[in-house]
Design a protein around this ligand. Structure first.
Ligand SMILES: C[S@@+](CC[C@H](N)C(=O)[O-])C[C@H]1O[C@@H](n2cnc3c(N)ncnc32)[C@H](O)[C@@H]1O
Length: 381
């Protein structure tokens, strides 16, 4: 028996600084005993809540089911313990797997070596019993396995999400520096936007903020484009296909028709505009919000809107000055032409925030991958 079967405990991974939000989201979806940890949340869930979470979480990056945890002071011990696990209940010799390993402060010093030993254990077990072994597939493995060893304590988990949940399935055309969907969803969540006034993104890039806003307001399950009758979770022992099906139908039935007029956006880059249009058309119902190629300086006005945006960062060499000027001019635009609006901006750093020349009502540190950014709220009168 695996640990998740005994304790019904799971782990939702998430980006840095989102732990508390994810914890709240999971509790709303039926998780119990949520405990925010480093880049994720531990929780307990019965199958129904677990399925609901897997299908509906907008903010977590992946859901992991712990298989076994043990003290691990050597690679031989890792090998022996892993070789005793019932891998054949998760995987067949014809299928493929991929191991994601991270070790820290432990006798086994290298993640790659740990992954190698775990791989050997799985392969040898299959070879001994069946004469053949599952292969390793880096791109589309049937099973993703997580190995964490911290201070000589090892944890092996199965990924129930089949890869990162931020890949919702609508953004096949990323351009420039797109936001992760989970981070975009978090920004929309924090903004509290519920569709009461139109949302506008003047630096829309590939349209991630607009897409997440539409999906959230229309109650569209974020995994509905990527998880069908047989979700990645279907391979783990104890999966209840009937329950999954009923729940998925129930959740899908709660979706509202998309009103594409609720969001609009623009970007100076024609490629970005094209990508954003394509991506948004992939949402269920294929809404076509108004997306225009336009420099923000040419937008007449944005009054009584919820402006949500992620202006350029200017991290590349030689761009800083230009981006500082852009922030200053965008600040002027907000002051002069956006009466009655609220703006939520994910800004590269506090120095850029200052260039806006507006006093933020709130400043929230947020990680965009490794970059520490600031999400600021500006009330415009
Ligand atoms: C950080 S990206 C936004 C990424 C977007 N949130 C996404 O998820 O794809 C910044 C965007 O600002 C656009 N941009 C730069 N200068 C602009 C300007 N003057 N007016 C409008 N858009 C501009 C860039 O083309 C780029 O797509």
């Amino acid at each position: 028996v695996f640990e998740y079967q005994k304790y019904r405990r799971y782990f939702a991974q998430c980006g840095g600084s989102l732990e508390e939000l994810v914890s709240e989201e999971l509790a709303e979806l039926g998780a119990e005993d949520c405990k925010a940890g480093y880049r994720g949340v531990h929780f307990r869930a019965e199958p129904e809540a677990l399925y609901r979470i897997s299908y509906s979480t907008r903010l977590s990056s992946r859901i992991l089911a712990p298989l076994i945890s043990f003290d691990c002071h050597s690679d031989q011990y890792l090998y022996r313990t892993a070789a005793k696990m019932e891998w054949e209940s998760l995987l067949s010799a014809q299928e493929s797997f991929l191991i994601d390993a991270k070790v820290s402060d432990s006798a086994i010093a290298h993640s790659r070596f740990a992954a190698q030993r775990l791989k050997d254990a799985i392969a040898d077990r299959f070879r001994e019993r069946e004469g053949r072994r599952p292969s390793v597939d880096r791109l589309a493995p049937d099973l993703r396995i997580h190995l964490r060893i911290h201070r000589n304590r090892a944890l092996i988990s199965a990924d129930l999400s089949g890869g990162a949940l931020h890949r919702r399935g609508y953004r096949l055309d990323p351009v420039g520096a797109p936001l992760q969907e989970t981070l975009a969803a978090a920004i929309i969540h924090i903004s509290g936007w519920k569709g009461e006034r139109p949302l506008y993104d003047p630096f829309c890039g590939s349209g991630t903020l607009m897409a997440e806003a539409l999906m959230a307001v229309a109650n569209i399950a974020p995994s509905s484009l990527r998880m069908g009758e047989r979700p990645p979770m279907a391979r783990i022992p104890g999966f209840d296909a009937g329950l999954w099906d009923r729940l998925r139908r129930e959740i899908d039935a709660e979706a509202l028709p998309l009103d594409a007029r609720l969001v609009a956006g623009s970007d100076i880059d024609q490629k970005a505009v094209r990508a954003a249009r394509k991506n948004l058309a992939r949402l269920p119902g294929g809404p076509r919000p108004y997306i225009k190629r336009q420099d923000f300086r040419d937008i007449g006005s944005l009054e009584n809107r919820c402006i949500v945006s992620n202006p350029p960062y200017g991290h590349r060499l030689g761009e800083r000055e230009q981006v500082e000027t852009l922030y200053k001019e965008f600040g002027d635009f907000l002051k002069q032409r956006c009466t009655g609006s609220t703006a939520w901006l994910l800004c590269g750093d506090t120095g850029l925030v200052k260039k806006l020349g507006l006093r933020p009502k709130r400043r929230i540190p947020m990680f965009n991958g490794p970059l520490e950014c600031r999400l600021v709220e500006l009330d415009l009168y």
